[in-house]
Design a protein around this ligand. Structure first.
Ligand code: KG4
Ligand code: ZN
Length: 338
């Protein structure tokens, strides 16, 4: 079954074709980064406008790259939650129209579940269930247990800012550039991570053993730099490296607690922050764990993960009605405290 996957939840306009939930025939990702860069953040109005302008060409390119005709597509999968409402609506409307015109099934997909599915698209090193999931993006930070593509138990979340949001806010404050996570990651290679001794939050006990918090670190880096300075002379790269070190340690501590308590030793990382080079290094150092990181084009937002997971709902006979709408907030990813 060849599924067309459409993803427009934020600032990537993507269409992909995946066969039988496994084989990527094409994965076209058009990024809007240059259009949002002057504002150091995603401007929702610009994002939805660009999706409207691009979606047809992006989908056409996905068909061309896969060397397929529209008639070869068996079904359409599309992100309808969570994300920017205006952006989601563009992809959803396109997908509905495509499916209706060809009289083929369509299914609406939860973007966060799709991020966890992304490593299942790897030809080798495909993780088997159950595994621990680390979902780290601009809007979410979730540590969960995955027993199937749609069977997720949330173990920990952020109690304030998302991991990517912390990177983005620090980069914005110091005018490091956009997008913040990638810029800080690159700058850190030339910085001294011991230049500042930023604090780790003391949030690792009781009900919060798998939760993370970024607001304290963000405040320390933005408002209390002097208080944590170790080196006399410092550079912007030193600030970036010192921040990144603690930002990654925060994730690692909660994740290692979860691995220890659940006994699960496969970790699957997804979302934009999963591209972080230090996070990858620190996890690779944990020899008792097997960490699966999707390649960079499957880490960020992409249509292939949507088409891939969509296939599994479709073979189960699930369909979304044509009056399906978008949902800005994530559903089913709330942590249940005892
Ligand atoms: O999953 P994603 O592409 O979009 C959503 O938020 O859904 O994630 C984007 C986030 C941004 O906050 C960006 O700064 C962060 O991922 N990011 C990174 C890196 N690349 C992207 N954060 C840390 N290190 C990176 N290399
Ligand atoms: Zn995402």
């Amino acid at each position: 079954m060849k599924v067309l996957g459409i993803e427009t939840s934020c600032d990537e306009c993507s269409a992909a074709i995946v066969e039988d939930g496994e084989k990527i025939l094409s994965n076209v990702i058009a990024t809007q980064i240059p259009f949002h860069a002057p504002w150091s953040g995603v401007v929702p109005e610009i994002a939805s406008r660009k999706h409207t302008e691009w979606i047809y060409a992006v989908a056409k390119e996905a068909l061309e790259k896969a060397e397929l005709d529209v008639k070869d597509i068996d079904a359409v999968a599309v992100t309808n939650r969570p994300g920017l409402s205006g952006s989601l609506l563009v992809g959803l409307s396109f997908a509905k129209a495509f499916a209706w015109a060809l009289n083929i099934p369509f299914i609406a997909i939860d973007h966060m579940l799709a991020h966890l599915y992304a490593p299942r698209l790897l030809p080798d090193n495909r993780p088997e269930y159950p595994f621990l999931g680390l979902l780290v993006s601009g809007g979410h930070t979730i540590i969960c247990r995955a027993d199937n593509f749609d069977d997720i138990t949330v173990l920990g979340t952020t109690i304030d800012d998302a991991a990517g949001e912390a990177f983005d806010k620090v980069a914005k404050f110091y005018n490091f550039g956009y997008p913040g996570g990638k810029v800080i990651d690159d700058m850190s290679h030339n910085g001294d991570s011991g230049a500042f001794n930023f604090p780790l939050p003391s949030l690792h006990k009781g009900d919060h053993r798998y939760d993370v918090s970024y607001s304290g670190l963000k405040t320390a880096v933005i408002n209390q730099l002097e208080m944590f300075r170790v080196k006399k002379e410092f550079t912007n790269e030193d600030i970036a490296a010192s921040f990144q070190k603690i930002a990654v340690e925060i994730l690692l501590r909660a994740l290692l607690n979860a691995a220890q308590d659940t006994g699960l030793c496969t970790i699957v990382a997804g979302g934009g922050v999963a591209a972080n080079s230090l996070l990858r290094i620190r996890l690779a150092e944990q020899k008792h764990l097997r960490c699966v990181f999707p390649p960079l084009d499957l880490c960020g937002d992409n249509g292939a993960m949507i088409a891939g997971i969509g296939y599994h709902y479709l073979v189960r006979g699930e369909r979304s009605p044509l009056n399906t709408t978008v949902c800005a907030r994530v559903t089913g990813f709330k942590k249940k405290y005892p």
